[in-house]
Design a protein around this ligand. Structure first.
Ligand SMILES: Cc1cc2nc3c(=O)[nH]c(=O)nc-3n(C[C@H](O)[C@H](O)[C@H](O)COP(=O)(O)OP(=O)(O)OC[C@H]3O[C@@H](n4cnc5c(N)ncnc54)[C@H](O)[C@@H]3O)c2cc1C
Length: 358
């Protein structure tokens, strides 16, 4: 029986961030991951993710503000660049943009409201025809590099990552919980479950979870017509919402938000690009991105795990700490979620944050 202070299930962004935070607090940590390091079957793979503070809800503006210094600390500790500030634009109906500006103002975050013509001049590769807000603190996160950095730093502080070890079940024990995998038995007073899209299949009998929706989303990268054009990260508040950013070495990522195929279980996902959805994005790029060649160069699928409100679950029930900070927008918060999970392991709670289990 392998014992440790904490068992973390899942070596995606959230589990790896919890492992780093807990191990640098001196806890012995065992991370159990069903697949290989950096696999592409969950939600954290690929080259890039958007970092932004521009949310209509001040709770997320505040959380992104709290994440920034922790990103810098991780970069410093791992000696690698993980977040590049490029600035970000949100554009769309004036009411949507006004809500974002109000939330940013309420948190003292600078932003510039631009007329569409000003924005077109600044970013000629993009089209704007409604309200635009530019947030200078937004940028690009290197997703794969983040997973590598978190694993390296956590292992340096003593954490043990066990890949290709699928957790099959739990048993209560005098110490806390026993965790059974296909390979071995583990035991700890606290278990952090950061299992992404598998959270329901793993915890349905143990925790009262909200209805989680698992969708296979897809992204495409397009080549810029002018290789020297500067690209901010972007969110277009439209029906459906579109988002994207430049991924160095791949092109400009453009994707729809929350339009993916729903799967009852993540193991059923097929990883196949939906050609009709891809065509919709090509048409969208043709219409909204004069600066891009609408012939995509790379594509990938990835899983969203969404709560009904698209808010996160970061909470504790007895020896179980539950992390489901996704709904397609969790990566930017990775290091602060790691800290919140470690605080929950240490017995702290955050009633002010609406990330409670029902
Ligand atoms: C296409 C796409 C674009 C996105 N863009 C952005 C963006 O621009 N900005 C942003 O902030 N966020 C974005 N996100 C969201 C972000 O990527 C996710 O919120 C985040 O990666 C979730 O990480 P996670 O650790 O919870 O999940 P995962 O990375 O899926 O990790 C869960 C891990 O648990 C493992 N696991 C599950 N069950 C078991 C078991 N029984 N035993 C052992 N291991 C198990 C899985 O194999 C997996 O590795 C995007 C997501 C997608 C899909």
């Amino acid at each position: 029986m392998q014992r440790s202070d904490v068992i973390v299930i899942g070596a995606g962004a959230m589990g790896s961030a919890a492992a780093w935070e807990l191990s640098r607090r001196g806890r012995s940590v065992t991370v159990l991951e069903q697949f290989t390091a950096g696999h592409d079957r969950g939600s954290s793979h690929g080259g890039s993710r958007i970092f932004r503070l521009a949310y209509a809800d001040p709770v997320y503006v505040r959380l992104a503000q709290a994440a920034l210094p922790l990103w810098e600390e991780l970069e410093e500790t791992a000696q690698v660049e993980l977040l590049t500030t490029t600035g970000g634009v949100d554009h769309g109906p004036a009411a949507d943009v006004a809500e974002i500006v109000a939330a940013l103002d309420s948190r003292g975050v600078p932003s510039d409201v631009l007329a569409p013509a000003e924005a077109r001049e600044r970013w000629p590769g993009m089209r704007f025809d409604e309200a635009v807000v530019f947030q200078p603190g937004a940028g690009r996160i290197y997703a794969r590099a983040t997973l590598d950095a978190l694993e390296t730093c956590a292992e340096r502080d003593g954490a043990e990552f066990r890949f290709n070890e699928k957790v099959l079940g739990f048993e209560p024990s005098s110490l806390g919980l026993r965790v059974r995998t296909a390979v071995d038995m583990y035991e700890a007073p606290v278990v952090v479950v950061a299992a992404g899209a598998w959270v329901t299949s793993l915890l349905a009998d143990l925790v009262n979870l909200p209805a989680m929706k698992v969708t296979q989303e897809q992204i495409l990268h397009f080549p810029p017509r002018d290789p020297f054009e500067f690209w901010p990260s972007f969110v277009h508040h439209s029906e459906p919402n579109h988002y994207g950013l430049l991924t160095p070495g791949e092109g400009v990522k453009v994707a729809e938000h929350h339009t993916g195929t729903e799967f009852a279980h993540p193991d059923e996902r097929d990883g196949v690009i939906d050609p009709l959805a891809a065509m919709r994005v090509v048409d969208y790029v043709t219409e909204w991105f004069p600066g891009l060649d609408p012939d995509p160069v790379t594509s990938a699928t990835c899983l969203y795990t969404s709560t009904p409100t698209h808010d996160f679950i970061v909470d504790r029930v007895g020896p179980l700490v539950v992390a489901s900070p996704c709904s397609g927008h969790g990566f930017k918060f990775t290091p602060i979620i790691g800290k919140l999970l470690a605080d929950l392991v240490d017995g702290r709670s955050f009633p002010e944050l609406k990330f409670r289990l029902p």
